[in-house]
Write a protein that binds this ligand. Structure first.
Ligand code: CA
Length: 312
């Protein structure tokens, strides 16, 4: 039986790669895409997600819009990282197929609650944007804790410092109060943060192979990739693909090295958004999380390439 998942997303270049990967993974049944605000004020993340399902040939998959700002913090333009572009499509939105469908008439938190409670113990939540929708759902329906299968997040950093600030990873930084709620919930949780992001680098050769496929999906990836690559500005044009790992962990956890530790989130002050791991061997009160520390690089790359190659 494929794993039922809901991807909560702020597409976003790496979100889009992760979703195309998910939509060709037979190990997964994608129940829906819920969307949350992204950085930049111009992007419509729900319409971006609709472009993904339509390009993937899966317009049947519901896209559900969610929070347009963090729980407490104001929405600010500087939340956007230039690598996604102002439209979060690598500034290529005008050159890509326009969305035809609309989000369904429901809010993300409602959809998450309905799906989880309809399939108790079966649904994995995969938040790959700020965790605002997940926190709202949890506050509306506390029984999610016992009824979700697991929550696999892209966010946080155990040993790699921050990217949005010196200490904070962007998904946590952009709604630290939501992140604190999610990390402290006590549900089965996996953290795919900067530790795994910076353990696998995709080189331009991979994207040359993808471009050569000449399918609608490979054209889409090829359009949005350069902005992302150039903003990461790593040697050799390498990129990390953070959001891919949260989805790929659900497909094959065996690709990943994991250590179980409590994760403490600081929501306020100069260390806002830090995810401190508690490495002490004795029992702290914060629930433990499976923290992903590394990935088998050649295997994740081969799997990504294989799945993108399945599109026609
Ligand atoms: Ca994202």
């Amino acid at each position: 039986m494929p794993e039922k998942i809901i991807i909560d997303t702020d597409p976003g270049v790496d979100d889009i790669m992760a979703m195309f990967f998910a939509l060709q993974s037979p190990e997964l049944e994608v129940l829906g895409l819920t969307t949350v605000f992204g950085g930049g004020l111009k992007a419509d993340t729900a319409l971006n997600a609709i472009r993904v399902v339509e390009t993937a040939g899966r317009p049947d998959i519901p896209v559900v819009a969610g929070a347009d700002r963090p729980l407490l913090l104001p929405r600010r333009r500087e939340m956007g990282w230039p690598g996604h572009g102002e439209d979060r499509l690598g500034n290529m939105g005008d050159h890509l197929p326009q969305p035809k469908g609309r989000p369904i008439a429901k809010r993300a938190a409602e959809f998450i609650i309905e799906m989880v409670m309809a399939h108790p113990g079966e649904v994995t939540l995969v938040p790959i944007g700020p965790f605002t929708n997940i926190a709202l759902a949890l506050r509306l329906e506390p029984r999610l804790v016992q009824n979700v299968k697991q929550v696999v997040v892209m966010g946080g950093s155990a040993y790699r410092g921050g990217n949005a600030s010196a200490v904070a990873e962007a998904n946590i930084f952009n709604d630290p109060h939501a992140a604190k709620i999610v990390f402290e919930a006590g549900w089965p949780m996996v953290m795919a943060g900067l530790d795994v992001t910076w353990d696998y680098f995709a080189l331009p050769a991979l994207f040359e192979e993808i471009a050569a496929l000449k399918t609608p999906v490979s054209d889409f990836i090829s359009a949005i990739y350069p902005c992302y690559r150039d903003a990461q500005a790593l040697p050799g044009g390498a990129i990390g693909i953070p959001d891919l790992h949260a989805v790929a962990y659900v497909v094959d956890p065996g690709l990943y090295r994991v250590r179980r530790m409590p994760v403490i989130v600081e929501a306020e002050g100069p260390l806002r958004g830090i995810t401190a791991v508690d490495q002490r061997p004795f029992g702290p009160e914060t629930p433990a999380v499976d923290v992903i520390l590394g990935v088998d690089g050649p295997r994740i790359e081969a799997l990504f390439k294989e799945r993108i190659g399945k599109y026609r």
